[in-house]
Design a binder for this molecule. Structure first.
Ligand SMILES: *[C@@H]1O[C@H](CO)[C@@H](O)[C@H](O)[C@H]1NC(C)=O
Ligand SMILES: *[C@@H]1O[C@H](CO)[C@@H](O)[C@H](O)[C@H]1NC(C)=O
Ligand SMILES: *[C@@H]1O[C@H](CO)[C@@H](O)[C@H](O)[C@H]1NC(C)=O
Ligand SMILES: *[C@@H]1O[C@H](CO)[C@@H](O)[C@H](O)[C@H]1NC(C)=O
Ligand SMILES: *[C@@H]1O[C@H](CO)[C@@H](O)[C@H](O)[C@H]1NC(C)=O
Ligand SMILES: *[C@@H]1O[C@H](CO)[C@@H](O)[C@H](O)[C@H]1NC(C)=O
Ligand SMILES: *[C@@H]1O[C@H](CO)[C@@H](O)[C@H](O)[C@H]1NC(C)=O
Ligand SMILES: *[C@@H]1O[C@H](CO)[C@@H](O)[C@H](O)[C@H]1NC(C)=O
Ligand SMILES: *[C@@H]1O[C@H](CO)[C@@H](O)[C@H](O)[C@H]1NC(C)=O
Length: 426
């Protein structure tokens, strides 16, 4: 499979790497994101995970930081959603001695395989050593993104570092096994401040990826969402006042309509939030002109809906935020589809209506988006509900790049999905 795919994968023509510096900071006005010149900006990006066990961006055993970053403009993209784990920041606060590249890799992969992968990382990236810390790797990635003119969107994907997301995996909802709210807010204060000071194209944060119900956690309701999300936004804004702040919805970030509709955000009867309510009123916040709503969309449900049906159903999940003529809309916000994607195998794009309707949605509503994902493979992946739980070096068939991160996995899929998503915003 790997060989076959590498054989058909073709490199894109080399593009000039240096780009004009993006016009930061961004702010929002109504349904739009504006750059510092007042021009409308749309994120056209991909995801580059860095939240799994080793807690550094994926792929560095196959290519250099500069080579990986170069793919982003080559694909025609202007931004990247980098995912991180709060555990990385917790380790900084506890002075954990395992933060070096050597310890991070060897602890995750074992002495034998870890030593090999570490050697590969250092061979491809001779600017690092065994003693380079995770945060220094992130700094190098951020510097390279800036050098190549790529906007950095920083997403808190998980608290404990492993693959996201599953029901009851401990990372899903405030107060769940691994989701300590204080550590999360502390983590945001630290990393927002660090990013503001050190990462020139750092433009925005996603407060928490794919919030979802949990059996053992704080009550799962919009009131609890309001309390913690606004507190985290305060922390980010204090540390990095220029950053946009992306708010994800509930049920794996599939809906956020109560926010643009200005609904009362309720607690849950029979719990600590019984009878409690709040309303998300943008003008109450110091970060009023920094709010973006994010949604995820995958092809897991009815996969053959006609586009009018697909779009009408999805509209109700939060796109009211970008439609000033909908009488139900109370507050306008920009919307970003921060995850969408499917297997890059040359045929899937045309097997369901998802790809076609997604492109139409972006054309109709002109919203930002980020494809899932650039990674052709991972260092390690732990998925609680899979056998085996943990696999070293698994291939990512949804990745834009191939297993070795040195060519496009499937140009036909890119031509028919990514390229058309870019064209949809032209
Ligand atoms: C970590 O180190 C810093 C600086 O030396 C120190 O102030 C802090 O108390 C230490 N934290 C812990 C948890 O040991
Ligand atoms: C330090 O990190 C190691 C490896 O990730 C972990 O096993 C350990 O529990 C951490 N120690 C503390 C005090 O957090
Ligand atoms: C780096 O770490 C690896 C893995 O633990 C070890 O085999 C190697 O000797 C170390 N290299 C140096 C220069 O310390
Ligand atoms: C909260 O409760 C009120 C009163 O029952 C209801 O009108 C409103 O739609 C609820 N909010 C949400 C987000 O469901
Ligand atoms: C919530 O309101 C109901 C109806 O007013 C009341 O019976 C109940 O005691 C209240 N619950 C709490 C926890 O305050
Ligand atoms: C915006 O809302 C209006 C009023 O509900 C509706 O007629 C129109 O179709 C909506 N626009 C889009 C692009 O969905
Ligand atoms: C691509 O993936 C889909 C979904 O798994 C499958 O139905 C299809 O046969 C695959 N195409 C190829 C060429 O393998
Ligand atoms: C698949 O491709 C054919 C030929 O280009 C086209 O007619 C059809 O609409 C496509 N189907 C989907 C679901 O996009
Ligand atoms: C170590 O790497 C080898 C070769 O890639 C692999 O077969 C093996 O499963 C790995 N060991 C563990 C513990 O995953």
């Amino acid at each position: 499979m790997t060989l076959l795919l590498s054989a058909v994968a073709a490199a894109l023509p080399a593009a000039s790497t240096k780009r004009d510096a993006p016009n930061l900071p961004f702010s929002t006005k109504g349904r739009d994101i504006l750059d510092s010149n007042g021009d409308i900006f749309h994120y056209k990006g991909t995801n580059w995970p860095g939240h799994q066990e080793i807690m550094i961006p994926e792929g560095l055993q196959h290519a250099s930081v500069a080579e990986i970053v170069a793919w982003i403009p080559k694909f025609g993209l202007n931004s990247v959603r980098m995912t991180f784990a709060i555990e990385m920041i917790d380790d900084i606060y506890s002075n954990n001695t395992s933060q070096t590249l050597e310890k991070s890799v060897v602890n995750a992969l074992g002495q034998e395989n870890g030593t090999l992968v570490l050697e590969q990382i250092l061979e491809n990236n001779p600017q690092f050593t065994n003693e380079t810390t995770r945060l220094e790797v992130w700094d190098a990635v951020a510097k390279e993104l800036a050098d190549q003119g790529v906007i950095l969107h920083l997403d808190n994907h998980v608290s404990k570092a492993f693959w996201c997301c599953g029901d009851d995996d401990g990372n899903g909802w405030f107060g769940e096994k691994y989701f300590n709210v204080d550590n999360w807010i502390r983590g945001w204060s630290f990393i927002s401040s660090h990013a503001r000071e050190n990462w020139p194209t750092f433009a925005s944060v996603g407060l928490r990826n794919e919030l979802r119900k949990a059996t053992t956690s704080e009550p799962v309701d919009w009131y609890t969402w309001y309390v913690h999300m606004t507190a985290a936004a305060d922390a980010v804004h204090e540390a990095a006042p220029d950053a946009l702040i992306f708010f994800s919805g509930l049920s794996y970030d599939t809906y956020i309509d109560p926010i643009p509709l200005g609904k009362t955000l309720n607690g849950t009867a029979g719990t600590a939030t019984a009878n409690k309510t709040a309303t998300f009123v943008p003008s109450n916040f110091a970060w009023e002109d920094k709010i973006v709503l994010e949604l995820h969309k995958y092809d897991f449900e009815v996969t053959q809906n006609s586009c009018p049906t697909f779009k009408a159903n999805w509209y109700k999940q939060g796109f009211q935020a970008v439609n000033a003529s909908d009488p139900a809309t109370q507050y306008l916000f920009p919307v970003a589809i921060t995850e969408w994607g499917f297997i890059q195998n040359g045929t899937y794009w045309n097997q369901t209506t998802y790809n076609k309707c997604l492109i139409e949605m972006v054309e109709d509503y002109r919203v930002s988006w980020m494809q899932w994902e650039i990674s052709g493979s991972f260092y390690l992946q732990t998925r609680p509900n899979r056998t085996p739980n943990t696999i070293q070096g698994p291939e990512e068939f949804w990745g834009l790049l191939n297993y070795k991160w040195d060519a496009v996995r499937d140009p036909v899929t890119v031509e028919n999905s990514l390229d058309k998503m870019i064209a949809a915003l032209d």
